[in-house]
Design a protein around this ligand. Structure first.
Ligand SMILES: CC(C)(COP(=O)(O)OP(=O)(O)OC[C@H]1O[C@@H](n2cnc3c(N)ncnc32)[C@H](O)[C@@H]1OP(=O)(O)O)[C@@H](O)C(=O)NCCC(=O)NCCS
Length: 182
C-alpha cells in the first residue's frame, strides 16, 4: 500500500523499476559521489534486489505525485524486532530532482510508515561527518546525534567513521505484537 504525503508517495521498489532506477543512479554519480553506492546495471540491480526477499529489508522509491518521477530512494534496512524494534535507513536523491525538498518529504513519509504501519520504535542513520547534505536532512527531520562510530561502514573502498543519528517513535505509539510484554 503506498504511503502518501503532500507532494510525494512512497512506492515499494520492484524488479520492474530496474531500467529507470539504473538510469537515475548513473545520472546521479556525481551527487552520490563518496557517500552512496547503488546498482547501476541490470545485473547489479537484480543481485541487490535479493536483499528485499524477506521482511528484514524494505526498499522504496520516492515518487513525485504530480509527475510520477522518482525523486529518490529510501531503504528501511536490518529490521530487528524483539526488545529492539528498530531499523537503519539508507537513502539517496536522484540528481534530476535533488534539492527541492522531495527527500525531506519522502523521509517524513518513511518515518510515518515505519512508526505507524510497521510499528517500529527506533530508526537510525549512519552518516559520514563530511556529508553535510545528509546531516542537514536528518537534523531537519528531528533525529538526535548519538556520537561517532570509528570505521563503522565499508564505503568506497575504505572503513569510514560515521556519525550515529536516531529518532524514536512519537507517542502515543502502538507496539508491534512481537514486543515482549515485560
Ligand atoms: C542527502 C541527500 C539525500 C539530500 O537530498 P536533497 O535532495 O538535497 O534533499 P531535500 O531536497 O529534501 O533538501 C535539500 C534542500 O532543499 C531545500 N528545498 C528546496 N525547495 C524546497 C521545497 N519546495 N520544499 C522544501 N525544501 C526545499 C531544503 O530547504 C534543503 O535546503 P538546505 O539543506 O540547504 O536547507 C542528497 O544530497 C544525496 O542523495 N546525497 C548522496 C547520497 C547520500 O549521501 N545518502 C545518505 C548517506 S548517509
Amino acid at each position: 500500500m503506498p504511503t502518501m504525503s503532500s507532494r510525494v508517495e512512497l512506492r515499494p521498489l520492484t524488479l520492474s523499476d530496474q531500467d529507470e532506477f539504473c538510469m537515475l543512479v548513473r545520472a546521479s554519480a556525481e551527487l552520490h559521489g563518496p557517500w552512496m553506492q547503488l546498482p547501476s546495471t541490470a545485473d547489479e540491480f537484480q543481485a541487490w534486489m535479493r536483499r528485499f526477499d524477506d521482511a528484514g529489508n524494505l526498499g522504496f522509491l520516492i515518487r513525485v505525485r504530480e509527475t510520477g518521477e522518482a525523486a529518490g530512494m529510501v531503504n528501511i534496512n536490518s529490521v530487528i524486532r524483539g526488545r529492539y524494534q528498530g531499523a537503519s535507513l539508507g537513502y539517496a536523491a536522484f540528481a534530476p530532482s535533488a534539492g527541492r525538498g522531495y527527500m525531506t518529504d519522502g523521509l517524513t513519509a518513511t518515518l510515518r510508515h515505519a512508526f505507524t504501519d510497521l510499528r517500529l520504535h527506533r530508526l537510525e542513520a549512519s552518516i559520514q561527518p563530511a556529508n553535510k547534505a545528509s546531516l542537514a536532512l536528518v537534523r531537519r527531520l528531528g533525529f538526535r546525534y548519538e556520537g561517532v562510530s570509528p570505521a563503522c561502514l565499508y564505503i568506497d573502498g575504505e572503513w569510514r567513521d560515521h556519525e550515529r543519528w536516531s529518532i524514536t517513535a512519537p507517542s502515543p505509539w502502538t507496539p508491534d505484537p512481537s514486543l515482549p510484554d515485560v
